[in-house]
Design a protein around this ligand. Sequence first.
Ligand code: SF4
Length: 213
Amino acid sequence: MSLQVCEIFFSLQGESTRAGMPCAFVRLTGCNLHCRWCDTRYAWDEGRPESIEQILRHVRAFRPRRVEVTGGEPLIQGETLALLKALCDEGYETLLETNGSLDILPVDRRVIRIMDVKCPSSGCHEHNRWDNIPALTARDEVKFVIATAEDYAFARRTVASHHLLGKCPVIFSPAAPALAAEHLAQWILSDRLDVRLGLQLHKIIWPGRDRGV
Ligand code: SF4
């Protein structure tokens, strides 16, 4: 039983409500989508097989408090569910970054699920799996990557129609380089929208580094 692993590293959380906190990352290989704004294209096909025990050994060496499993899209690999359970069993605060197109229900209940809702300019919004939304809990998070005014209007409508603000933290992130953070900030403030502006902290700290951060 093994997983295709693109990279394992220790860094600061760049996104989510835990932005700025130390975290071990397990980036798995492969994705079922091809979003226009994808900044981890190397994870689509680069990787090597590792058993869950090998992954756990890598992670333990960092002595982290939290671990995020990301991609690519982690849930396209069947063994990901067992990896998430094993990380929870080891006592890590365990996060999963998922693109929102696949069923999140089988994921261990202890895992914090950070789920994308894809906006129109990504070219992948028709893959949003709306059945996931009722499964979200207050521990989970929803993220919209926004590149255009149309994306913003879509995100705003989705937040309202699915009552997301009463459910879990909602993050709006500007898609670099298409949308300046300042514009998105202004839209949020003008609309008095109680969402969190998410900036990719790792890109501010380590500009030009696209791996291992
Ligand atoms: S879902 Fe994520 S990893 Fe996959 S193509 Fe989109 S942005 Fe890239």
